[in-house]
Ligand binder design. Structure first.
Ligand SMILES: Nc1ncnc2c1ncn2[C@@H]1O[C@H](COP(=O)(O)OP(=O)(O)O)[C@@H](O)[C@H]1O
Ligand SMILES: [Mg+2]
Length: 498
């Protein structure tokens, strides 16, 4: 390991050092580094830089949940474009991007609102949900299931399918019909409206006489033996359940507790985007003896995104996308969030870029497909990706001096899970640990807290007021995913953030 000169503690411009993966450094950043005194140490690919300027920018950025990328695939793109072999498969197609009908059909197939003919990559999750519902229906027993996963991981789509499967199955088995209530909780004007909706299915048209609220009415209903033994089971899908969170989480608890009442017929499936919601409300439910089954929809991987895109495009007798372009999209979206909605948007945007290119070009007129008809290539996709993921937060993080990036990285680690804030002193400890494990000379505490102030001004950290620097409260104002995305091109940070 080479030794790295420590920062000059007397100045406000510390010498900074970090292990970098040069090939992945965004262009702008390379420029920034070439302006500074950079020394490459070949053995370990270390870079020592002395930034020219290091001052607080008053520009603040609103946190953005979606991240950006600078596309670092230029070489790859050029290789593909100049290599005719890679275009072989496209040459076989009769794709004609000038054909409005074809263009419209492909765009439609990639629209988020278009339900795919088959839902791939979610078989296990769907089977688990289906088995759970079947079990409840078979035994005429209430139950609850909690589904969580980041946005765009196919939760709502899978639930639609499961509702259909449950209905088909109970029909096939000759079981009494199951009442179904699918509620998107974002559409409720107040959280307790969920109870009126459930009551509406159970007691249609009846007035809630004598009950102070629909919830109380439901609690009463599910505590009494039903008049008829053939009362129907009820499948409730509460999608976007995050919207039911109240300060005391009372509505969520009351909702799940309905399934524990002695004559409850509710099969409740709550679907939430917040991954940590389970940790926030399940312990209390468990203490009340309600233990919903939990199923997590994990973010889609690169291969899954690629497969879903291919599946959606398979219906066409032509190839509109270069396979490398689809792969690029899948790789970038998987690295950012694994959100399928994003992947579809990027592909549509890439198609539009191709369309604009064609419309702008002359020469090839409307004569049907030709062998050199353009398909969506990697350069189209790269442009679409940077358009979609453009985020000032990511750009800011990418252009920070390296020690500030290490602080941002420490904060991302510090505020994982439930921890929302800490002190500058505690954050400094983490920063020192990272510096130590990578043999980087750390900045002193005064410089550290000055850097935190700079990051506060940039809108990345939030610093509280206190007499002493070290006891100031500090929290993160940007998404961890933005940090990961911004710094993923640099091996050192990739390792730090693992
Ligand atoms: N496995 C999949 N196969 C095909 N399309 C999918 C798949 N998963 C997600 N999608 C597409 O992504 C969109 C977003 O999925 P959705 O189920 O609404 O995500 P979530 O509810 O998890 O936010 C869907 O409308 C669908 O078009
Ligand atoms: Mg959804």
């Amino acid at each position: 390991m080479p030794t790295i000169a420590g920062p000059s503690l007397s100045s406000y411009k510390p010498r900074v050092a970090a292990v970098t993966d040069e090939s992945a450094i965004p262009r702008k950043k390379r420029k920034l580094r070439s302006n500074s005194a950079a020394v490459n140490l070949p053995s370990e690919n270390l870079l020592i830089t002395t930034p020219k300027k290091w001052k607080s920018k008053s520009k603040s950025h609103r946190p953005n949940s979606v991240s950006n990328s600078r596309i670092s695939e230029k070489e790859d793109i050029n290789k593909t474009l100049t290599n005719p072999v890679n275009l072989g498969e496209e040459n076989l197609s009769n794709w004609n991007p000038r054909d409005d009908e074809q263009m419209r059909a492909v765009k439609e197939a990639l629209h988020v609102s278009k339900a795919p003919s088959t839902i791939v990559c979610r078989d296990d999750e769907q089977t688990q949900v289906l088995e759970f519902a079947k079990g409840c229906i078979d035994q005429r027993k209430a139950g609850s299931l909690y589904i969580c996963g980041c946005p765009g991981t196919g939760k709502s789509l899978s639930m639609e399918k499961v509702v259909q499967q449950v209905s088909d199955w109970s029909h096939q088995e000759g079981l009494p019909q199951v009442d179904t209530l699918s509620v998107n909780c974002t559409s409720l004007s107040k959280t307790t409206d969920i109870f009126s909706k459930i009551l509406g299915v159970n007691e249609p048209g009846k007035k809630a006489n004598g009950f102070s609220s629909p919830l109380q009415h439901l609690q009463f209903l599910f505590s009494q033996k039903p008049e008829s033994s053939s009362s129907r089971m009820m499948l409730i899908i509460a999608d976007e359940m995050d919207n039911l969170i109240t300060k005391d989480r009372g509505v969520l608890h009351d909702l799940f507790m309905l399934t524990t009442l002695p004559f409850s017929r509710c099969i409740l499936i709550g679907v939430a985007n917040a991954i940590d919601l389970a940790h926030r409300f399940l312990p209390k439910l468990k203490s009340l003896n309600c233990k919903p089954l939990v199923i997590t929809f994990r973010a889609y991987s690169k291969d899954q995104i690629l497969r879903i895109l291919q599946e959606r495009l398979m219906v066409f007798p032509y190839v509109a996308f270069q396979s490398k372009a689809l792969e690029l999209c899948a790789r970038k979206v998987a690295a950012a969030s694994g959100d399928m909605r994003k992947a579809l948007c990027v592909c549509r945007s890439a198609l539009e870029i191709l369309e604009t290119e064609i419309n702008g070009s002359t020469g090839q007129e409307l004569h049907g497909p030709t062998s050199d008809d353009p398909v969506v290539r990697m350069d189209h996709m790269a442009t679409a990706l940077s358009k979609t993921f453009k985020s000032p937060v990511v750009e800011t993080i990418q252009s920070l001096p390296q020690h500030q990036q290490i602080i941002v990285c420490s904060a991302a680690k510090a505020f994982r899970g439930n921890k929302k804030d800490s002190t500058v002193g505690e954050l400094n400890k983490l920063y020192l640990e990272i510096c130590k494990s990578w043999m980087i000379s750390p900045a002193g505490i005064t410089e550290f807290s000055n850097m935190c102030t700079v990051l506060n001004d940039q809108g990345i950290l939030k610093l509280g007021q206190a007499r002493g620097d070290e006891i100031k409260r500090v929290s993160l104002r940007v998404d961890e995913s933005d940090i990961t995305y911004a710094l993923q091109g640099i091996r050192f940070f990739r390792n730090c953030l693992m």
